[in-house]
Design a binder for this molecule. Structure first.
Ligand SMILES: [Zn+2]
Length: 179
C-alpha cells in the first residue's frame, strides 16, 4: 500500500511530532484536497477555498441562515500542509509545548481542513474561533439547521480526538461521503 504519510515525516520531525505522539492520539489522516473552488472572499480580499460540493452546500446554508436573519461567515477553510505546519511553528515559538498545541491544532496531514470540507464559522461581533461563539444566534441556528445541509460539528466537548471544544468548526460530510 502506498504510504501517503511517509512524505510528512520530515515536516512532523521538524515540529517535534513523534510517531509516539501520533500513535497515542490516533488521529485520522486527511489527504489534501485536489479540487478546490473559492467559496467566499472576505472584506480584506482573502479567498476561502473548499471542495466544489462543500462550497455549494455552504452557499445554500448561508442563504438559508440569511433568510432567518442570521449572518454566518467563513474565517478559515482549506489549509495545505505548509500552512498547518506554520500554525504549529508559530505556537511553538510562543513557548507552548507540543502536547498542548496538539489539543488546539492538528498535526500537518491530520487536519480536517486539508480535506476542503471543513470550515471555521463566525458571526459579526464575535471573536473568531473562540468558545463564546457557542452563545451566539449563529451557533444556535447551526445546531438547529446545519444537518439539513450536510454539516456536522466535528469537535464537541470532550471529543474522542482530544481536541478542545470547537463550536466554530464544522465539516461537510453528508451520509455516504468519505469521512
Ligand atoms: Zn477548524
Amino acid at each position: 500500500m502506498h504510504d501517503l504519510q511517509a512524505p510528512l515525516r520530515p515536516v512532523l520531525d521538524a515540529l517535534g511530532i513523534t510517531p509516539e505522539i501520533l500513535g497515542r492520539r490516533g488521529l485520522p489522516f486527511h489527504p489534501v484536497a485536489t479540487e478546490l473552488v473559492v467559496a467566499e472572499t472576505d472584506a480584506q480580499g482573502r479567498a476561502f477555498l473548499l471542495t466544489p460540493e462543500t462550497a455549494r452546500a455552504w452557499s445554500a446554508m448561508k442563504q438559508a441562515a440569511h433568510e432567518d436573519g442570521v449572518v454566518i461567515e467563513i474565517v478559515s477553510s482549506f489549509r495545505d500542509i505548509a500552512r498547518q505546519a506554520e500554525i504549529i511553528r508559530t505556537k511553538l515559538e510562543r513557548g507552548l509545548d507540543i502536547d498542548r498545541i496538539l489539543t488546539l491544532s492538528a498535526p500537518p496531514g491530520y487536519s480536517e481542513h486539508h480535506s476542503g470540507r471543513a470550515l471555521d464559522i463566525n458571526t459579526p461581533g464575535c471573536e473568531p474561533t473562540e468558545e463564546p461563539f457557542e452563545h451566539t444566534a449563529a451557533f444556535a441556528w447551526l445546531v438547529a439547521h446545519s444537518g439539513r445541509f450536510g454539516f456536522t460539528l466535528s469537535y464537541p466537548r470532550n471529543n474522542a480526538f482530544g481536541f478542545i471544544y470547537e463550536p466554530w468548526h464544522w465539516c461537510y460530510q453528508p451520509s455516504g461521503a468519505p469521512a
